[in-house]
Write a protein that binds this ligand. Structure first.
Ligand code: MTE
Ligand code: MO
Length: 507
């Protein structure tokens, strides 16, 4: 079916298209702002999944990694002004909530747009129907490049370059943004390791996601400039009122300015509210994001089998070893006096030594670790499947979750913590479904050696479908419980309670 310029012009800009455009504008802004917040949590980009700091291709931080002592990935985080980040300062947890909330609405808006585009025939002015558009677009480019404006007859309603740019953004760049975003979900990486290979690895996916952001920003700048410069009076009437004939420029301008004021007020107020009422923001945004995460990702189990050659020699540390005399004493004696306490809703409570654990069936696995801050690394982990421990202690039917508690004080997990968060022991909770995953293990070895102190000696958890913060180090005890909402601040772990991280950690 061929629709000539006249037919296309007759389509006008229906109300749904204009509304969709506005919603898109609001949410792209939120995505960019929250994306900057997330990037600042590990302001380096790599093409390799080993993430050795010196191998980054782009680095936004001037912080120098000190020699000696430990430098954790939390020390890397950079605070960003609320003027450009959502919500601003160093709020990775809330930035992620805003990002995932926004992507859900943005995607929904995009789907509505595409469906209506095809249902109404509007697609014909976006999707080229002839190859001649390429040479035409080149001609248009030459006109703009010489600081001239193409003749009115070139616009139906877009000029060829404009049409190609819009089609490219809608049908290529937008989807590419979603696809590269998905490369960073640990659950997707764990269940479909081939998927990240398509993009050259997780860090390549992350870098491409960033480069797409740059492309988006360049598009937005040029797009806005041209709207302002090339027949602004017509454009603003088309954008706001749907037609540049028989409509009022003054009205269009007033509505456009009000809409922009609304957008900026929304960014300012929502950031202010999020910084002021962090818990409420976490809960409200989580109420949208959580059910989606659960529906899409929670039932996936890890199928990772990397090879020895994939093991990355560099492995970032997050969370420093405990400070207490109790822990230091255990460490001095190579943890012979250490016991894993298994308690709660179990048939037989247990106290297991490292020697006891080593006698149980051993499993080794080479997997990719993904930290919420952004880095990754591949390691070989050896230990006992958690299911073996559960077999030994026997889980009562009411048991729904396992609370793992660490020897480590909060201040060692979260250097910027304040008040009670400094002294509270680090803890994290998983549910029974994750506990029984084939690759969920309690690891006492890393890369064939006893677990090094920085990485959690004597015992740490590995749940391979989630972000690193769930994989608690320096384990003291595990307790089976019916519900976790009465534990700590009730959000399922130390980082959820005090850093407002999301539940579940599959994205
Ligand atoms: N006890 C304890 N466990 C912890 C942490 C911590 O600070 N304390 N940090 C978590 C986070 S955020 C990550 S990314 C991983 C880091 O593991 P690694 O230090 O072995 O690389 O440990 C997790 N387990
Ligand atoms: Mo992490």
């Amino acid at each position: 079916m061929y629709a000539g310029p006249l037919v296309i012009a007759a389509l006008g800009f229906p109300w749904w298209l204009r509304l969709d455009h506005f919603i898109n504008l609001l949410f792209i802004g939120l995505l960019i702002r929250s994306g900057i917040q997330i990037l600042a949590a590990h302001p380096r980009l790599y093409w390799n999944d080993g993430c050795k700091p010196s191998s980054n291709w782009l680095n936004f931080t001037r912080k120098k990694i000190p020699r000696g002592g430990i430098w954790t990935s939390m020390n890397e985080e950079v605070a960003v002004s609320p003027l450009i980040a959502q919500p601003g300062k160093d709020n990775l947890g809330l930035g992620r909530h805003w990002h995932f909330f926004s992507v859900a609405i943005w995607l929904l808006n995009g789907i509505v747009y595409i469906v209506l585009l095809f249902a109404t025939g509007e697609w014909v002015r976006l999707i080229p129907t002839s190859w001649s558009i390429f040479p035409q677009a080149w001609q248009t480019f030459l006109i703009y490049a010489s600081f001239h404006i193409p003749p009115l007859s070139d616009f139906h309603p877009y000029d060829p370059l404009q049409q190609l740019a819009y089609a490219g953004v809608v049908f290529l760049l937008g989807p590419f943004m979603l696809l590269t975003g998905a490369t960073m979900s640990p659950a997707i990486e764990a269940r479909f390791p081939w998927y990240i290979k398509l993009f050259g690895g997780r860090q390549a996916g992350r870098s491409l996601h960033f480069l797409s952001l740059v492309a988006f920003i360049i598009f937005i700048i040029i797009h806005t400039l041209l709207v302002l410069v090339v027949r602004f009076q017509n454009n603003i009437r088309d954008i706001v009122l749907g037609s540049h004939t028989g409509t009022s420029f003054g009205l269009a301008l007033a509505v456009a300015i009000s809409a922009l004021v609304f957008v900026f007020a929304f960014y300012a107020l929502s950031s202010w509210y999020s910084l002021r009422h962090k818990r409420q923001a976490q809960d409200a945004l989580g109420a949208v994001v959580d059910p989606l995460r659960k529906l899409l990702l929670h039932h996936e189990a890890s199928k990772q089998h990397y090879e020895k050659k994939d093991i990355t020699p560099y492995f970032w540390v997050n969370g420093a070893p405990p400070d207490s005399e109790e822990y230091k004493k255990l460490a001095r004696k190579k943890f012979v006096d250490w016991r894993l306490e298994v308690k709660g809703l179990v048939i037989s409570p247990l106290h297991l030594s490292l020697a006891d654990l080593r006698k149980l069936p051993k499993q080794t696995q080479i997997t990719k670790h993904n930290c919420i801050q952004g880095w990754s690394g591949v390691g070989e982990w050896g230990g006992v499947p958690l299911s073996e421990i559960l077999k030994l202690c026997g889980a009562k039917p009411e048991a729904g979750y396992i609370v793992f508690t660490s020897y480590q004080e909060g201040k060692k997990a979260y250097p910027d913590s304040e008040g009670e968060a400094r002294d509270t022991p680090f803890y994290e909770i998983i549910d029974m479904r994750q506990a029984y995953h084939a690759q969920t293990i309690l690891a006492y070895e890393m890369n064939g050696q006893p677990l090094p102190m920085d990485h959690g000696a004597p015992l740490r958890l590995r749940v391979e479908t989630v972000l690193g913060y769930k994989m608690i180090k320096y384990i003291r005890s595990m307790e089976l419980v019916a519900d976790y909402t009465t534990i700590g601040k009730g959000h399922g772990g130390y980082r959820e309670d005090y850093q407002y991280y999301g539940r579940g950690a599959e994205i």
